[in-house]
Design a binder for this molecule. Structure first.
Ligand code: SF4
Length: 351
């Protein structure tokens, strides 16, 4: 297949939709773990074409949605220091701490931009707010390594990165009612599909590593509904069994596993990353004595986001949805991020 055209090909899409609509089996709940899938499912109207006995439920894979309040409070505290330039990916700028939002943070497309900023602002401290899953962690690791190798001293990283495998194990421990999973293709590009295959086989669950185009998602649904095997890698154009081992080695050199906190959900053992002692000069938590520790996060049950990210509720169950909570005046994190379930349901008017 042509990777640019065929994954949006109307003939292939129509054929898959017709097949999916013939499904008459038991009720299937498919969890799209990742915010990029939530967005793609809404954007391409895929919820609307499903038979009644097949539903999508959201998981906790939107990095901005799961970034906890204490982390944001500490980042906001730094942003009020006139000697510090805070940099972050776009959506984090809008996320609230317990009281307010970041002051004057700069949006970057890559943390690498922070290196130039550090060189051209030697009198300032540059702090990159590093959140995200396996997809974005390698570029943070590479930036930190470059800063270390080039002995750039006025840059540091405030880290709240998460890892997918322990979050999936946590979901099972929470008895989420998912019969099948769409696993994020970009995350698997880095870590490989081996873990996901084992996860499905060991737990007798169905799942695919899935891309983000309509044909990727429809082919995944078709596999889940009609095939006997538990698992298939349907993002073979980028994902191998072992993944990107160069990126994995780099991440492993810079970071070690730690516990983390998923906003409105709770503490998840071993699903976070922290900077290794060797690189502690680049850890904003140490450099600015922030005392950020996920075990001290207080659960802020402000809305249904926690239940939505565990697949127990839909954004449409929330009485605030579309009334007092919209992307223009978001009440909870799932409405702030473009990849949050509430924002996606609102934007694409999903049923
Ligand atoms: Fe929270 Fe708003 Fe979503 Fe309701 S609609 S769950 S208040 S983000």
């Amino acid at each position: 297949m042509n990777i640019y055209k065929d994954f949006k090909n109307p003939d292939i899409i129509e054929k898959l939709v017709r097949k999916i609509r013939t499904y008459k089996g038991k009720t299937i709940r498919i969890m799209e773990v990742c915010g990029s899938h939530t967005d793609a499912i809404g954007k391409y109207g895929i919820r609307e074409i499903l038979p009644k006995n097949v539903t999508f439920i959201s998981g906790p894979g939107c990095p901005v949605c799961v970034t906890d309040t204490l982390y944001m409070d500490k980042a906001i505290e730094l942003s009020y220091n006139p000697n510090i330039i805070i940099c972050s990916f776009g959506d984090l700028i809008k996320v609230k701490g317990s009281q307010n939002t970041l002051k004057g943070a700069k949006v970057v497309l890559s943390p690498m931009e922070c290196l130039d900023m550090a060189k051209s602002n030697p009198q300032k401290e540059i702090v990159f707010l590093s959140v995200g899953f396996e997809t974005t962690t390698p570029i943070t690791a590479l930036t930190l390594k470059k800063a270390y190798d080039e002995n750039i001293k006025n840059i540091s990283f405030f880290v709240s990165n998460k890892t997918m495998p322990n979050i999936l194990r946590f979901l099972l421990s929470q008895k989420v009612e998912a019969d099948a999973f769409l696993f994020p293709g970009h995350v698997a590009t880095i870590e490989g599909y081996e873990f996901y295959e084992r996860f499905c086989n060991e737990n007798n669950l169905k799942g695919t590593v899935c891309g983000f185009e309509p044909v990727d998602i429809l082919a995944s649904i078709s596999f889940i509904l009609f095939e006997k095997d538990n698992f298939k890698n349907l993002y073979g154009r980028f994902v191998s069994k072992k993944g990107n081992e160069v990126a994995q080695a780099l991440v492993c050199d810079i970071f070690e596993e730690c516990d983390t906190y998923l906003r409105e959900i709770g503490l998840v053992k071993g699903a976070g990353l922290k900077i290794r002692d060797k690189y502690s000069d680049y850890d904003a938590n140490t450099k600015f004595n922030l005392k950020y520790d996920p075990k001290f996060v207080i659960k802020d049950k402000t809305c249904l986001c926690g239940e939505i990210m565990l697949g127990r509720k839909s954004p449409l169950d929330c009485p605030l949805f579309g009334n007092s909570c919209t992307p223009m005046k978001a009440f909870g994190p799932c409405m702030v991020s473009a990849e949050g379930s509430c924002a996606s349901y609102y934007k694409y008017k999903s049923q």
